[in-house]
Design a protein around this ligand. Structure first.
Ligand SMILES: [Fe+2]
Ligand SMILES: [Fe+2]
Length: 356
């Protein structure tokens, strides 16, 4: 491992380096910027990107696989690009404004990762965690992630960048004032149950948050594709280049989030966790249980929830825009059927994995 640098200071993982030109969106200075060749460079990656690559390489050299989510699990976006385009061409903006605003709010929520209590990991994990992503969660990785999503000081982050993309493409539309309230209502309904009752509650909470965020980040790939296609389309976007680019920049910034979470969860899977009753639990079993539960929710209940939320206001939006109700039938005709795969790829092996 001598050629791999595995230890970094917090300041290094938060360092962006110098930009030739800074990114400005909707009059706001945002994170990230452009190098001499005009190429966009994500914030806080000058050390963070090679660090994550080194931690992943170490796992590979030690013979461990990285946690991998099958892309077949990603449900189609609703409304799809075609459906969204039809709505916009018909002058029904509200559902799309709502969808883009939800994305910006959810991006901002990503900052909660810095508030997740990190237990003493060297006590919770049997094997050493020196020189791992796990050892750097509290030393820059969570903080960098939070800053990327919600912005930092006078710099906008993904929340502000999505708002800028929306306002560029749709010419600063009126934003419905109940978007946040409805998201919060939906979140409050979700049940919380312990998935790893064998281990310390704080450790479970941290690992589950990481698994949840990883799954959300991976599933967001579909949302980004949708955003790039729709907002880059000159038929429906007032600023196809700038609005589309904004989404492309955000998408580029997401790579380190997915990759450090994959590294850290894979490091857990390669180790052994201490249980509260003095025994041990295989890290592999723990990660499988968390990933399975999170993926299961995302492929079964969530697509229907999302679709229901969109459709709830659809008829009213169409009516307010002065369009006839048969637009819903035309939208439905564009629908693509989707059945979730039968397995998540993280099916826990059995109940007897915990040993005393
Ligand atoms: Fe983000
Ligand atoms: Fe992210």
């Amino acid at each position: 491992m001598t050629d791999l640098r595995l230890d970094y200071g917090e300041a290094e993982l938060l360092e962006s380096g110098r930009y030739e030109e800074k990114l400005v969106a909707g009059g706001m200075r945002c994170h990230g910027g452009f190098d001499e060749s005009g190429e966009y460079r994500s914030p806080r990656t000058i050390h963070r990107a090679p660090a994550i690559a080194a931690w992943q390489e170490r796992l590979r050299r030690d013979g461990h696989e990285l946690v991998r989510v099958d892309r077949a699990l990603l449900p189609p976006q609703y409304p799809s690009v075609e459906q969204s385009k039809l709505l916009l061409l018909e002058g029904v903006q509200e559902p799309i404004v709502r969808a883009l605003t939800i994305i910006s709010i959810v991006e901002g929520f990503g900052a909660i990762i810095r508030d997740v209590p990190v237990p003493k990991l060297d006590e919770c994990v049997v094997e050493s965690i020196a020189g791992t992503a796990l050892a750097h969660l509290e030393r820059g990785l969570f903080e960098a992630h939070a800053r990327d999503e919600a912005g930092h000081r006078d710099e906008g982050g993904h929340k502000q960048m999505w708002e800028a993309a929306r306002d560029l493409a749709l010419e600063t539309p009126k934003v419905p004032n109940d978007v946040l309230m409805r998201i919060m209502g939906r979140r409050a309904q979700r049940e919380r149950r312990r998935l790893l009752p064998e281990i310390d509650a704080d450790l479970e909470r941290m690992l589950n948050t990481m698994a949840t965020v990883l799954v959300v980040e991976i599933f967001a790939t579909g949302t980004f594709e949708w955003g790039v296609k729709l907002l880059s389309d000159p038929e429906v976007s007032a600023e196809p280049q700038r609005a589309g680019d904004m989404v492309r920049f955000i998408r580029a910034d997401e790579t380190p989030h997915v990759e450090y979470l994959r590294a850290a969860l894979s490091e857990v899977a390669a180790r052994t966790l201490r249980t509260v009753d003095g025994g041990t639990l295989s890290g592999h079993e723990a990660v499988d249980r968390l990933m399975h539960a999170n993926l299961k929710g995302m492929i079964t209940t969530r697509p229907a929830e999302n679709r229901g939320d969109v459709r709830e206001g659809l008829a009213a939006s169409i009516e307010r825009a002065g369009r006839s109700a048969d637009l819903i039938e035309r939208l439905d005709a564009l629908e693509v059927a989707w059945t979730p795969p039968a397995t998540t790829g993280f099916e826990p092996e059995g109940e007897n994995a915990a040993s005393a």
